[in-house]
Design a protein. Structure first.
Length: 458
């Protein structure tokens, strides 16, 4: 039997190989290393992941697999997050911590929130987009001053441009009691959607997959350049030509389609899928961390910094003793193109973290590195489902089997494993965040590999 070919050695590709069997699969990866987005870099004694990565999975199966992969050497703790707003530190989520919002904005937010809930109780408002959702959830004053600005920084587009089906439990929808109490003092209970997190003690987040990467059959520096779905043949940048019978693609869907013999209307649909990119500014400083929270959301629209984490607060092994690794995320996309040079952004970010008190001054810097990450977050704009439908329908002519939930933003694994659409006989299978164009976390990528194996071999 010929081997299953997997494109990409990120977590989705590694999980597929682990579950199907290493000897049954060959992986082709463009980089000289495995891990994709969970790759970890080591520099000057600091450990930097590709953006802050923690495991908050509820899946017992994934928890156990990850723990096994690091011989149970993980740290587990409650997550601590905070928000920076014009010189104020507001506990997360800000909507239920109005006590820390400066006056007169604090009172205006509460009054407007109470009025909007009162009005909503008389009439059902139709929610057409994320802006409507935010206004209904928090009142327009809070939504405009906080959520809209953060959406434009993180999602890189206006909330009107986003759908709402991805929101789910990710954004805390407070009740009147919680907002009213949080107006007076901190709430007694944690309301972030992530509460307990696990992180490998040593070696960064990639430690969760390092054993898999060692055992998998990976051809590195093999970037797919051309794929003929008609002839089931691929050409790689290093000159390799490879036929396939069964292909699992974990590479970004737009790349797969644009490298292929798909007709122009399918390529056009792939062009219209939007994803953000993130510039990571990694600042190594010769002083201990100045905060205690695992990560910080920055609301100020005049700052590039969007989310910040101090790496040694994920694990003390992530930085030399008494030093801090400050990682700042800055987002761009088709909607918000990069207009400054990377050096300009680096300089601006350094000034911002000095202003926020995270870096004591430029003289404390050991080194600053910037890393551009092309594929970061799928943007759930109103075009997504329509374009996916066009692409997936066409891909069925070259071996893809449609799945009942393939347009959904996420996967309900309980449903999926319970009554799975069998992939038996599928020649083309998509797996992972950018291949399926879903809001996938690392646990989803692992579970997808398990589900694929059960669907093709079960
Ligand atoms: C900033 C940020 C923070 C995140 N934080 C968390 C978190 O805290 N917890 C969590 O669970 N998840 C988090 N995630 C999500 C998580 O990183 C992803 O869900 C997961 O890593 C995606 O894995 P993947 O295998 O689907 O894709 P990828 O990791 O992108 O893997 C795809 C692979 O394909 C390769 N490839 C691409 N093009 C080609 C080509 N042409 N030829 C050959 N190979 C190619 C790539 O090099 C890569 O190795 C975060 C994501 C981001 C961006």
């Amino acid at each position: 039997m010929s081997k299953t070919i997997i494109l990409g050695a990120g977590l989705a590709g590694l999980s597929a190989a682990y579950h199907i069997g290493y000897d049954q699969c060959k992986i082709f990866e463009k980089n000289s290393y495995a891990g994709g987005h969970i790759h970890t870099e080591f520099t000057n004694g600091f450990t930097f992941d590709e953006g802050p990565h923690v495991s908050f999975t509820k899946s017992k199966y994934v928890k156990e697999l990850f723990a096994q992969n690091i011989d149970e050497a993980f740290l587990e703790y409650p997550v601590k997050t905070t928000n920076y707003y014009k010189g104020n530190w507001i506990p997360h989520p800000a909507q239920s911590n109005l006590h820390a919002v400066p006056e007169p904005l604090r009172t205006r937010c509460l009054e407007n929130f109470l009025n909007s809930r009162e009005a909503a109780s008389h009439k059902d408002k139709v929610i057409l987009n994320y802006a409507d959702w935010l206004n209904a959830a928090f009142g327009e004053i809070f939504a405009n001053e906080f959520s809209r600005k953060y959406t434009e920084k993180y999602w890189t587009t206006h909330p009107e441009n986003l759908s709402t089906n991805w929101v789910g439990g990710r954004i805390f929808y407070p009740n009147i009691k919680e907002v009213s109490e949080g107006f007076l003092k901190p709430l007694s209970q944690e309301t972030h959607y992530v509460t307990e997190i696990r992180y490998p003690k040593e070696g960064g987040y990639f430690s969760y997959a390092r054993k898999w990467a060692k055992k998998a059959n990976i051809h590195f520096e093999s970037e797919l350049k051309i794929i003929s779905f008609m002839n089931r043949e691929m050409v790689f940048a290093n000159g390799l030509v490879k036929k396939y019978d069964q292909l699992i693609s974990t590479i970004p869907l737009p790349i797969l389609i644009k490298s292929s013999d798909a007709p122009s209307n399918i390529k056009e649909a792939a062009d219209n899928l939007n994803c953000s990119s993130v510039l990571l500014v990694n600042v190594m400083a010769d002083h201990p961390t100045q905060r205690t929270e695992n990560w910080i959301y920055v609301y100020d629209e005049d700052k590039f910094s969007t989310r910040i984490n101090c790496t040694e607060l994920l694990s003390p092994f992530n930085a030399p003793i008494n030093q801090t690794g400050i990682q700042v995320e800055v987002y761009f996309s088709f909607y918000k193109p990069l207009k400054n040079s990377i050096d300009e952004i680096k300089d601006a970010v350094i000034n911002e973290i000095i202003e926020m008190g995270l870096l004591k001054g430029k003289e404390w810097i050991v080194e600053v590195q910037a890393k551009w990450v092309q594929w970061a977050n799928i943007i759930f704009d109103h075009h997504r489902e329509k374009n996916l439908e066009i692409i997936f329908n066409w891909l069925t002519s070259v071996g893809l089997k449609r799945e009942a939930d393939d347009l959904e933003h996420a996967t309900n694994w309980e449903n999926k494993f319970g009554k799975h659409d069998s992939l038996k006989g599928a020649d083309l299978i998509l797996s992972g965040r950018f291949a399926q164009w879903k809001y996938y976390w690392t646990d989803d990528c692992v579970l997808r590999g398990k589900w694929i194996n059960e669907s093709i071999n079960g």
